[in-house]
Design a protein around this ligand. Sequence first.
Ligand code: GDP
Length: 298
Amino acid sequence: MFDTLSDRLSGIFTKLRGKGRLTEADIDATAREIRLALLEADVALPVVRSFVAALKERARGAEVSQALNPAQQIIKIVHEELINVLGGEARRLQFAKQPPTVIMLAGLQGSGKTTLAGKLAKWLKGQGHQPMLVAADLQRPNAVNQLQVLGGRAGVEVFAPEPGNGVGDPVAVAKESIEYARRHMRDIVIVDTAGRLGIDQEMMAQAASIRDAVTPDEVIFVIDAMVGQDAVATAEAFRDGVGITGVVLSKLDGDARGGAALSVRHVTGQPILFASTGEKLEDFDVFHPDRMASRILG
Ligand code: GDP
């Protein structure tokens, strides 16, 4: 991820090395090149625009610092603006005052929700919590089974409809799971919901009904970082259709251009909470905007 963008940026910075002072023309040329590099990395246009505007303004007003040469000054500004785009400070999960804390996962089919449910459960268990997984994705035939396998690996109980009880109503399952969690002293409930391959009214309505049934403390939108420009429309649909409080980027281990990762915070207005970087339960970590920005700069 980000290899092309990293290479492009480092090429741009190299051209600035050895310059004694940046003229207005230097700043304009640099801003143009950075704009192109971001667009080619599939970063959404509004995000690119505000990034470049901030860069230009800050480069023009940059104090002539004794410590930094012009190239270093531009690198510093780009680094700080990348951190801004990625959300500034890392944000922790919000826990309920009265347990159980309810975390609902939403996103398109294949985005990595079910895998994330397992990762999150394992991670929370490692922090001393008593999480429980809820199989409210009854759309995909194998989703319940997949969650049970992941729950088994994480050593976390999975609440699922009884086999043979028909297709089952995901809203009812989700609602019952909260009662069950209360009775069995589970302090965190992670609800996996159904996605579709594309944005779909019925899926959105079901997700909204599950949300109303469980009143989640977090609604986490899971987005596949490989999706490129489609990320914006998908993120907007979930923001408006379900209402989200945080984002998880999945498949950051892929070789996509990284535009989704750099756009989703701006588009949703919500922080990126975690990053998923592989298929194994351990391939998962809290998202740190500053570390990601440093990685992009290489
Ligand atoms: P869901 O339909 O949203 O529940 O998506 P799944 O959790 O079933 O994930 C879809 C596919 O992506 C599965 O084959 C997962 O193993 C894979 N996957 C999930 N997260 C990651 C990740 O971070 N990196 C990689 N490389 N694969 C992932």
